[in-house]
Design a protein around this ligand. Structure first.
Ligand SMILES: *Cc1c(COP(=O)(O)O)cnc(C)c1O
Length: 235
């Protein structure tokens, strides 16, 4: 077994243990393997261990991997990075999901650019729940209005919410922030029947996210190891 396959097993065990501790079915929680900066060969190792959902942050890098791995049609590719308008077409044409909708303008572009031959693009609205230093995500107050506008776009399917909480090592404080997101998610779900996804939890806070009700955790380092940004040209 390779180390990626070993790491995947361990992460799956952490997810199962966290779910069982709060009486949830581990099957309710999707593991998104975040492969940013890692080569397509690492993704293939994860695929060999049964992993199907992958997250990418950089448009160009993600599209190259999707094309390299086109022989695996069952893979689901999620775009999880900040999205600039001039890159939206590549996301609309190549990805199944986009987690980082934070303005109507970008949602409209993705809607207009989503090819007819593909199913509607699954989208999540990114909420800035606790990170004063981050410019990504909308404030919770702005959510109802943006959700209503996004849900009306026919080539997008509003599936839920995503957040990247500010780094925090204390479990109780992680949990409190995750619970705020879960409350917003349940409120949204009551209005929009397609809403079923709360993208919350990374390598360091997946237990708190699952206890609060996350349905999708985004895990990079704990599966693929530390990232070497020096080797990687970001766009
Ligand atoms: C990089 C990244 C992750 C994975 O983070 P790890 O700490 O490596 O698990 C998850 N979500 C987003 C949005 C990311 O950019």
């Amino acid at each position: 077994m390779t180390s990626i396959q070993h790491n995947l097993q361990q992460v799956r065990q952490r997810i199962s243990a966290a779910a069982q501790r709060c009486g949830r079915d581990p099957e309710e929680i999707t593991l998104l393997a975040v492969s940013k900066t890692k080569p397509a060969s690492d993704v293939e190792e994860a695929v060999a261990a049964g992993q199907l959902a992958f997250g990418e942050n950089y448009v160009q890098e993600g599209v190259e991997k999707i094309q390299t791995l086109a022989a695996y049609p069952t893979l689901a590719w999620h775009f999880i990075g900040p999205l600039q308008s001039n890159k939206s077409r590549l996301v609309a044409e190549n990805f199944a999901w986009c987690h980082t909708i934070d303005r109507l303008r970008i949602a409209r572009r993705l809607n207009d650019q989503r090819p007819e031959c593909l199913a509607p693009l699954n989208v999540l609205i990114q909420v800035n729940i606790s990170d004063e230093n981050s410019k990504s995500g909308i404030m919770l107050e702005a959510l109802p209005e943006l959700a209503q506008a996004v849900a009306a776009l026919p080539r997008l399917r509003l599936r839920g919410l995503m957040a990247i909480p500010a780094p925090e090592s204390d479990y109780q404080r992680q949990l409190a922030v995750c619970q705020q997101m879960a409350a917003a998610f349940h409120a949204l779900k009551a209005y929009y029947p397609d809403v079923d996804t709360l993208s919350l939890g990374m390598s360091d806070d997946l237990e708190a996210a699952i206890a609060a009700g996350s349905t999708l955790v985004r895990i990079g380092t704990a599966i693929f190891g530390a990232r070497d940004y020096a080797q990687h040209s970001q766009q």
